[in-house]
Design a protein around this ligand. Structure first.
Ligand code: DAH
Length: 339
């Protein structure tokens, strides 16, 4: 029996020595030391031994068991260390390697201007409203008090979808939608795309951008219109910018005005940006026509208001000194990256 134990020990130690994986060593542990393991088996047969032999064999069995246990434990430690090293090797990070370059986009110049205008007006308490690019003829023209024979209604100026629908020619219909869906006081700006049947050239594009403004309340006067626009141009073009209101005619405002600002480049001296004028026209504005208020269910005896509309593309072109509107929509990165 003693020889048997020694044999078991020798073959166990040899096998343990050859192990390289955790699960291999674990199955060896079960094979030799487990409940049904080889040593346990032998110990079970000890009952048949004589009284003298029993303690001798018992001692040998215990020694063999603890030797195998120790060999397993130390092998496990060894394998753990090897596995840990391998993992570290695998995860090695070379911080001196060049990083992967990824390109971060930037805002289109039109979006930059819209964001700037939004920032200025929201700072004055305006909310940002939106309307659809496909509009009803009613919202785009009738509700805005455009006479039936107004030239802008012509099919040579406007993209019609059918008798009742068109691609909006201005952001002004957002005024109508807002007045119909909310009660005064109203203070909104509405940026968006507009469409007109224009052949593209340096200053025309069939798709362009406007920002509409609308304020409705009790006792709103033209003084507030001037105050709001003066503050706006001061923030957009610089502290010293002045405005000039020239009488004009729009169907939806009375009185109406076109608004010029002192040239931000030459400060009024006359230069290539303002074509020697010293002034640049940037928007249309006026006091909301009582018919427009009525069309939207607002009592013109109680409420009054002002409105304005500006061409974003034109402002971007002036501000960035771009001489051809088509450049804005060609998506040439060599051009767009300059802004
Ligand atoms: N809708 C006008 C246009 O496209 C611009 C405009 C002028 C809007 C005066 C207004 C306004 O709200 O009061 O030419």
């Amino acid at each position: 029996m003693k020889d048997q134990l020694i044999n078991i020990k020798d073959s166990a130690l040899a096998q343990i020595n050859e192990c390289v994986k955790m699960d291999e060593i674990e199955s060896l542990r079960v094979k030799y030391l487990g409940k049904k393991g080889e040593i346990t088996d032998i110990l079970k047969g000890m009952g048949k031994l004589s009284k003298d032999e029993r303690p001798v064999i018992g001692k040998v069995a215990n020694e063999v068991r603890s030797e195998i246990e120790e060999a397993i434990a130390s092998k496990k430690e060894g394998i753990k260390a090897i596995e840990k090293n391998a993992k570290l090797q695998e995860e090695v990070l070379d911080v001196t390697m060049p990083g992967k370059e990824f390109k971060v986009g930037k805002k289109h110049p039109i979006t930059q201007i819209i964001d700037e205008v939004k920032y200025i007006f929201t700072g004055m308490g305006f909310k940002v409203a939106q309307g659809p690019e496909i509009e009803t003829v009613f919202n785009n023209f009738d509700a805005l008090n455009a006479p039936k024979n107004h030239p802008s209604r012509d099919t040579s100026d406007t993209f019609y979808i059918d008798d009742n629908l068109l691609l909006r020619t201005q952001t002004s219909p957002v005024q109508i939608r807002t007045m119909k869906s909310t009660t005064p006081p109203i203070k909104i700006i509405a940026p968006g795309r507009c469409f007109r049947f224009d052949a593209p050239d340096a200053t025309h594009s069939p798709m362009f951008h406007q920002i509409e403004g609308l304020v409705i309340g009790e006792h709103v006067t033209m003084a507030e219109l001037k105050g709001a626009l003066n503050e706006f141009v001061r923030q957009l073009f610089g502290e010293s910018t002045k405005t000039k209101f020239r009488p004009h005619n729009f169907p939806f405002t009375e009185p109406s005005a076109e608004v010029d600002v002192t040239c931000f480049k030459c400060k009024g001296e006359g230069c290539s940006v303002c074509k020697g004028e010293g002034w640049i026209e940037i928007l249309g504005a006026g006091m909301v026509h009582p018919n427009v208020l009525r069309n939207c269910g607002i009592d013109p005896e109680k409420y009054s208001g002002f409105a304005f509309g500006m061409g974003v593309d034109r402002i971007a072109m002036l501000k960035y000194e771009i001489d051809d509107i088509r450049l804005l929509f060609e998506n040439d990165m060599r051009f767009l990256n300059q802004f």
